[in-house]
Design a protein around this ligand. Sequence first.
Ligand SMILES: *[C@@H]1O[C@H](CO)[C@@H](O)[C@H](O)[C@H]1NC(C)=O
Ligand SMILES: *[C@@H]1O[C@H](CO)[C@@H](O)[C@H](O)[C@H]1NC(C)=O
Ligand SMILES: *[C@@H]1O[C@H](CO)[C@@H](O)[C@H](O)[C@H]1NC(C)=O
Ligand SMILES: *[C@@H]1O[C@H](CO)[C@@H](O)[C@H](O)[C@H]1NC(C)=O
Ligand SMILES: *[C@@H]1O[C@H](CO)[C@@H](O)[C@H](O)[C@H]1NC(C)=O
Length: 948
Amino acid sequence: MFVPIIFCILLGAISATPHDDFRSNLEFADYGTNWVNNGYRLNDFVQPTEMIVDLDVYLRQFRFDGVVRINVDVTENQLNQIVLHQNLVKVEGVNVVNAVTNDPVPLKITDPFSVNSTFELLVINFDSPINSGKYAITVRYEGKINENPIDRGFYAGYYFYNGAKRYYATTQFQPYHARKAFPCFDEPQFKSRFTISITRDNDLTPSFSNMAISRTEQIGNRVRETFHPTPIISAYLVAFHVSDFVSTEYTSTASRPFKIISRQGATAQHAYAAEIGLKITDALDDYLGIQYHEMGQGVIMKNDHIALPDFPSGAMENWGMVNYREAYLLYDPEHTNQNNKNFIASIMAHELGHKWFGNLVTCFWWSNLWLNESFASFFEYFAAHWADPALELEDQFVVDYVHSALTSDASSGATPMNWDTVEDNLSISAHFSTTSYAKGASVLRMMEHFLGQRNFRNGLRYYLRDNAYKIGTPENLYDALRQAASEDFTFARDFPNVNVGAVLDSWVQNPGAPVLKVDVNMETGLITVTQERYVVTGNQPSNPTWQIPLTWTHAGEMNFTNLRPKTVLSSPSTTIQGAPGHNWVIFNVAQSGLYRVNYDSHNWEMLGSYLKSTNRQNIHKLNRAQIVNDLLFFIRSNDISKALGFGVLDFLGSETDYYVWAGALTQLDWIRRRLEHIPQAHEAFTNYLLSLMNAVINHLGYNELATDSTSTILNRMQIMNFACNLGHAGCIADSLNKWNSFKNNNETVPKNLRRYVYCTGLREGNATDYEFLLEKYNSGENTADMVVMLRALACSRDQTRIVHYLQESMNNDKIRIHDRTNAWAYALQGNPENLPTVLNFFYNNFAEIRTKYGGEIRLNTCISSFTAHLTSHERIEEFHSFVYQNQIALEGSFSVGDSVARSANANMLWGNANAPEIYEFLNTKSGAATIVASSILLLAASLVQMLR
Ligand SMILES: *[C@@H]1O[C@H](CO)[C@@H](O)[C@H](O)[C@H]1NC(C)=O
Ligand SMILES: *[C@@H]1O[C@H](CO)[C@@H](O)[C@H](O)[C@H]1NC(C)=O
Ligand SMILES: *[C@@H]1O[C@H](CO)[C@@H](O)[C@H](O)[C@H]1NC(C)=O
Ligand SMILES: *[C@@H]1O[C@H](CO)[C@@H](O)[C@H](O)[C@H]1NC(C)=O
Ligand SMILES: *[C@@H]1O[C@H](CO)[C@@H](O)[C@H](O)[C@H]1NC(C)=O
């Protein structure tokens, strides 16, 4: 499944605002209960071998009747019961026969079966104990179509077509919701073939499931469609869909089907996903050596991708039928911006990657989730990159995934990838976010550079070949990679004593990630390197040792293309003989490894002056991105003096590269917020940032050129968003021009500029501007574009409109349930003065929010998003008192509120402790002149406002 990053409670102290353009939602949060309690787990001496599921679906009544036949292998004797999962409305009857003789197996007369609703079990009681053998269980039952998508299982959603509301029903079974649609062995380790039949109303279009339709029957005024049997899969990968949706077939050969499916009225938005999806499938086929379409075990595997208006997660890799949120699949050339276009390609690559890692080879239990999530996240960037290099996803991997993995690993509470102890729900949600996705993928990339691309690919092929249709374990993967490495003579020669599996395992087992401390003796050339766990708050809960493949280069002989490690650091510290000479060194070339690097002061100073010279670009952009990101973290954790850290960072004043700025912005904003309660320091720092950004703003200009690369487009988006928010006069004036032409003359704003142009229009405008954009939102047809508008609506400064906006977030049925918590976060981000309004709204309505946003987890998300915005002593106290006074009514959200207040307070204390030094640096900087200059710009901004 595709999910998300950023959990504010745990990371509140770490990440500023979530990297805004990252797909942020909180889906794994409710994975909790089922994992910690063994009561939910099944015994493995009853193995399902085949499932036949027959559903009679009444979409408009939100219900269905079902009959399931389950063939099982029993490997134990003297069994009194068979236990499987169910979470249905009613189990009507159970019947068991010996599958060989077809003789009935008598059940206990008084108590033939029972359901345990706590543990979601169906318990079948035999009259007398049965012995090992093959049995067939038949269950007749009633089920419901959940009306709230967040309830998952088989659920309904809606859309509007020609003004009328239409319903559809689809499934989301991961991680344990298949039992809501049929009784089953609902754990990933139980794999079998499934044959699905669905009966539906005549006036709908043919249903979809994992496989193609094999047979259609008319039954009265209803239609029954039976699908081909699936290959051997886990229950969570089963899917079906009942609706009047329409599809577009994109393929030249019948043996390689490929379809995009959506609600009616959106077929014009299918083409891009198909174009890129076909290429990604081909690329993965070639790379992994197993053909997607041939995985069906006797039946051609189809390749459908369905856009859903309502979807609780980002996307889900059901075999043969991937579900997506509409915004992540449908592309409109007029309306879908570059960021969302990249998402479409990369999310598709992620889900397709799962077909091999997750579907074909499945991990034994959720603690090994990293095995398939990491691979999916790896291919998310790289397979999409192969399909369309112009998207630059290979490089974006570093600033998106490597940086966010390092950010979450900087928390003292970071959990290891192979987590198996759960302390509480929060650690679960943290685990299933950044750790399994970004970190796992970053570790795989490091292993790829270490082993070499060919060996790495061969290892993956061995792993898939040896474990296909079965369960895979980390050991299976280590074995496969070891085998591939051992077959490469050069590798074995260069790394004679290195155990490849052990290198990988050190990253899997250790919590957090290391910082490498590098001390260079330029006279002797001797480099001392020491590894240590990096924790942003300074205190390390533990200090394990990683096996770190090391790459480095130096000013005497720069080489940023050779990413092959020279050695593996497997002890806490070592010395390396480098070339003597007055040359800086850089470790972690192109940030190919998952670690930060801190140098001795002299090396930093030399790097700083090189970066400020015109030769800056000789240092790889991804190393420049790493340097700014590392430095900002070291400034936060007091691992470097402000003067030295900011002294090096000063090179941003001439930097124009997307990647470097992407490595800096979130952290710069974090620091700026920490000064918010100290106006003098806050203003000085804001002006400093504006002065740093002048060069990049001038370089980019306000208008897009036809020749702009992807990263130039993304850079303009990120830089102008930030600049307009900081009050940059030119950005504001240009945005207002565009906004007014849009509003007054119906001149569309170029899609990639909309986010900050709309926001500025609303921020500088009044209620009329808000109503104008709200009208556009309500009549929007492209979801990604609607989300852009939803975000901008919250930029209004009219606080009656912000209250209106928050009301809409609960009641407007154009705002999908998965966008409601986003709307909340946007309301906080829109303007600093929105905070009191949002807080009051929360104080007065939290119970209703809990219901309308979809439950306690959603309310917790809302509460968490206060962390970054509660920056003043008064507000923190006010919020904290409210939380304490209302702890009973807040229920489980009380503790979230409490820790939000504590994190906010810790953040504020950081500001108190560090503001003087930062202020002093800004004052002594020769740049006093630039600070004055940008104040003049600000003044100009207010003039523009007055003259408008
Ligand atoms: C990865 O493996 C786990 C365990 O088998 C499975 O349940 C999960 O759904 C797979 N894919 C995911 C989480 O995307
Ligand atoms: C479910 O099973 C557990 C464990 O056997 C038991 O404690 C509980 O009472 C059962 N609940 C129901 C509703 O039968
Ligand atoms: C960098 O190293 C690689 C691999 O050793 C080599 O092929 C390449 O020519 C080097 N590049 C430079 C600029 O020295
Ligand atoms: C505004 O422009 C759009 C397309 O650019 C067009 O569809 C729409 O009808 C125009 N509206 C008005 C009021 O002219
Ligand atoms: C908003 O401002 C415009 C002028 O910019 C004015 O015409 C309009 O009446 C104002 N609307 C409201 C609701 O104040």
